[in-house]
Write a protein that binds this ligand. Structure first.
Ligand code: FES
Length: 345
């Protein structure tokens, strides 16, 4: 069983259309809820024809917060956001997948430029709090919203700015005052910070224009994009285990070998050549992270330490990620006889 249970201990109304859920891992699952700043949870939600899954960034910090928190903003016709905002109350138990994602800084000590639009503040908040509490760098946050009442975490940001002085600069961009963000306006704000890595999350148009502005300045930009999952990732893959023959597939051949590092442990297992890497890991009982299983979210990304793999699809890893050795386990197929990967680090 790869899914986890989390109890809702509190529902916080952040703004008129944004609710935060404070979550407590079920007893025994706590270790599997470890996460990095900027990662997200995949939550199972009821759908008219059964179940669906939606991804929500954690706005809590693994450095400062005992409990996990996700903030969900209501979206017109949004299946998951409306169900959560209308139905979820303290005491409910949610089924989730372990936290995952690559929208996370390599070091908490780096100076960062963070840009958030609306509810895109959620992973950015986790990064910001973690860097201020657990690192030494300084953070500049550019936060765009429709108007003052739409600003999620307004008082928390004010308190952090007061507490951390020059290490945190918050620049609010309010559409009601300055109009919609523009590429030239974002470029002007970023020009003094081009030596920093940038993290961007928000509506598609906001991310497109900020990414264009920052890459135009030669900056390295990390973006977090969410979308509705087509399949139900909570379904366990069916089929033979890694040590069983692949029925009816004469081309399966001799299995390869995977050595996998995860949660500080190393395991070696067989990799049938007709199986995707993630399927082989899950069938062998490895608690590998994943979400979409469509090559679109990077929840399953791991680093190849030895060997080689190809991917059926990849719409999320960029050239730098590939150069860093990242591969999407849900899309990876064996090239040679042996592959060594890590989810740690
Ligand atoms: S699980 Fe989403 S890219 Fe692999």
């Amino acid at each position: 069983m790869t899914s986890l249970k989390a109890r809702v201990v509190e529902v916080v109304r952040e703004t008129a259309d944004a609710h935060s859920l404070v979550l407590e891992p079920a007893e025994g699952d706590r270790g599997r809820f470890r996460y990095k700043p900027g990662q997200f949870l995949t939550v199972r939600v009821p759908a008219p024809d059964g179940w669906a899954a939606r991804c929500y960034s954690l706005c809590s910090s693994p450095v400062t917060d005992d409990r996990l928190k996700v903030t969900v903003k209501r979206v017109a016709d949004g299946l998951g956001s409306n169900w959560i905002c209308d139905n979820v109350t303290a005491g409910d138990v949610l089924e989730v997948l372990r936290p995952s994602g690559t929208f996370t800084p390599q070091s908490l000590d780096a100076d960062l430029l963070l840009l958030a639009g609306g509810s895109g503040i959620t992973p950015v908040m986790s990064i910001l709090k973690s860097c201020l509490a657990g690192g030494t760098g300084s953070v500049v946050l550019v936060y765009a919203n429709r108007d003052e009442r739409s600003v999620i975490f307004a008082s928390e940001l004010q308190a952090l700015a007061a507490e951390h002085g020059e290490r945190l600069t918050v620049v609010h961009w309010l559409e009601s005052v300055q109009g919609l963000p523009t590429e030239s306006g974002i470029r002007a704000l970023a020009r003094a910070h081009t030596d920093r890595e940038a993290f961007v999350c928000g509506p598609g148009a906001f991310m497109d224009l900020t990414t264009a502005a920052l890459t135009g300045l030669g900056m390295k930009v990390h973006v977090e994009r969410f979308f509705s999952l087509a399949a139900d990732p909570f379904e366990t893959p069916e089929g033979p285990g890694p040590d069983e023959p692949a029925d009816g597939d004469a081309d399966a051949g001799e299995p390869g070998e995977i050595e996998v590092e995860l949660d500080g442990e190393t395991r070696t297992l067989a990799w049938p050549r007709n199986q995707l890497l993630l399927d082989a890991l899950l069938r062998a009982g490895v608690d590998a992270p994943y979400s979409c299983r469509e090559g679109s979210c990077a929840a399953c990304a791991c680093v190849v330490l030895e060997g080689e793999a190809t991917m059926d699809a990849n719409t999320v890893l960029d050239e730098q990620d590939l150069a860093d050795g990242l591969v999407l386990a849900c899309q990876a197929r064996a090239v040679g006889d042996r592959l060594k990967i890590t989810y740690d680090g």
